[in-house]
Ligand binder design. Structure first.
Ligand code: PFF
Length: 457
């Protein structure tokens, strides 16, 4: 595909909202609260912030550089920028990560459809907290229903993808993201006015440093990468559709801030309610699905609130599933010269197979484990905690050591037309801090760091 002919997003707002749409999703509203709950609350949040600022932001800017400079998909980008080398392995890692993430993400997205259906049919009202938990467990563990919803969700994603970049991705994001913000704020207000809400706020904002250990740090880093959609070329693919005038630094800053804001709002929406209803914050993946219907039951017109919320959760999921799908579709379309719709068909088929296995791994196949994790958790683990940080580390090493500083600066400043005040600080973090920190966190988690220390102490 020639550079001139490549489609771009139609407007500045379109760029930001499509990219925010990619970043903001189940990762913020479903995964962030449950990860925070499992990893001890505020201490996790603190490390998460550190990871966002010092690792997430520099990696995002670097991905934008690669995408807009090369104007290609995640793997093709490295073929353009580093022809004849092995760097495109970063892109392949990303394409596989997109499949693997969608393998569990599409299942959770399907759950949102079940809850929309239940809210619509009125069956969420009049239940106790225990009922919500039991009903969720029996639904998620059943054979047929979750798979049907997963299929429907993949179908919706597929249809948007084949309508193209501008009409499909950009238009969908522009309408859906602002509504999501509004509804989140309203729900936060409701949650913090529940009895005992302060316990939830303490859990979220008062750190207990004794809770920090290597696995909490790895989880926080994984969450930062997952939430910002970095480390796997998704933002390389999206920024390949940015126009020449897009300010890459501002866009990265806006996306990072908005994504983090949505995660915090989700925390404020969930934890006061968790404590108010006596639910365990460590409940795991089901946390949002058992907590929020409880909150809505306390409101007049509870079913309508549930309906609105789950529609929005589904929408947030959809703007992310399309971005994940796009990574693989753009790769197959451009590198194998397939038509876009044929490429999309292959991708959707692959996701469905993984989705079916991971849905069944919550029930019928739960005895089959990989490294002690069911298939659903395994896909989550290897993507968020291994493939994305590894991808981010390699992206930084590639740009830090293989790309001429002047070329980097020219792209990030739109050929010198916009200033980049902290360019040297950014470059230092990208080249040294991010790769070393990610490497150390990996070593630490593998237990190798303490063995190494013992050699010297
Ligand atoms: N960032 C998305 C979320 O928070 O739900 C998930 C995601 C989308 C991860 C796209 C990675 C990606 F490339």
């Amino acid at each position: 595909m020639s550079i001139e002919k490549r489609v771009t997003f139609g407007s500045k707002l379109g760029v930001v909202l499509a990219t925010v749409g990619c970043a903001v999703g189940l990762g913020n509203i479903w995964r962030f609260p449950y990860m925070t709950g499992v990893n001890g609350g505020a201490a996790f949040l603190l490390i998460y912030f550190v990871c966002i600022i010092f690792l997430g932001f520099p990696v995002m800017v670097t991905e934008f550089f690669i995408g807009r400079k090369s104007r290609r998909n995640a793997a093709g980008a490295f073929k353009v920028m580093a022809p004849g080398t092995k760097w495109s392995i970063i892109g392949y890692n990303g394409v596989f990560a997109a499949f693997f993430i969608l393998g569990f993400y599409a299942v959770v997205s399907g759950w949102t459809l079940e809850y929309i259906y239940q809210a619509f049919s009125g069956s969420l009202s009049g239940k106790s907290a225990i009922d919500f938990k039991e009903d969720f467990d029996s639904f998620a563990g059943s054979d047929f229903r979750p798979i049907l919803w997963t299929f429907l969700f993949v179908l919706m994603t597929h249809l948007i993808i084949i309508s193209g970049v501008k009409k499909g991705i950009e238009r969908a994001s522009k309408i859906m993201m602002p509504i999501l913000f509004l509804i989140l704020i309203i729900l936060c207000v409701r949650s913090v006015t529940l009895p005992n809400a302060h316990l939830g706020l303490d859990f979220l904002f008062k750190p207990d440093f004794s809770k920090i250990n290597s696995s909490v740090i790895l989880s926080a880093m994984g969450q930062a990468f997952f939430s910002l959609s970095i480390g796997m070329g998704c933002l390389i693919t999206y920024s390949s559709y940015f126009g020449k005038e897009t300010n890459l630094q501002h866009t990265a800053l806006q996306v990072t801030v908005l994504d983090t804001l949505v995660a915090i709002l989700a925390g404020i929406m969930i934890f006061p309610a968790v404590f108010s209803f006596g639910i365990e914050p460590t409940a795991g993946p089901e946390l949002v699905f058992i907590t929020l219907p409880n909150v809505f039951n306390q409101l007049p017109l509870g079913n309508i609130w549930s309906l609105i919320f789950f529609i929005l959760l589904g929408v947030a999921a959809l703007t992310s599933t399309i971005s994940l799908h796009e990574v693989a579709t753009a790769y197959m379309h451009e590198e194998y010269k397939m038509t876009r719709s044929r490429a999309a068909l292959f991708v959707s088929g692959g996701i469905l197979i993984l989705g079916i296995i991971s849905s069944l791994s919550m029930g019928r196949l739960s005895d089959y484990t990989i490294f002690g994790l069911n298939f659903f958790d395994f896909l989550d683990y290897i993507t968020a905690k291994i493939m994305l940080p590894l991808g981010g580390m390699l992206i930084c090493i590639y740009v830090g050591f293989r790309v001429d500083r002047k070329v980097l600066k020219a792209e990030l400043t739109n050929e010198g037309t916009v200033p980049f005040y902290f360019f040297n600080t950014y470059a230092f973090f990208m080249k040294y801090v991010a790769p070393i920190a990610i490497g150390l966190i990996f070593l630490n988690e593998l237990g190798l760091l303490s063995k190494f220390q013992k050699l010297f102490v």
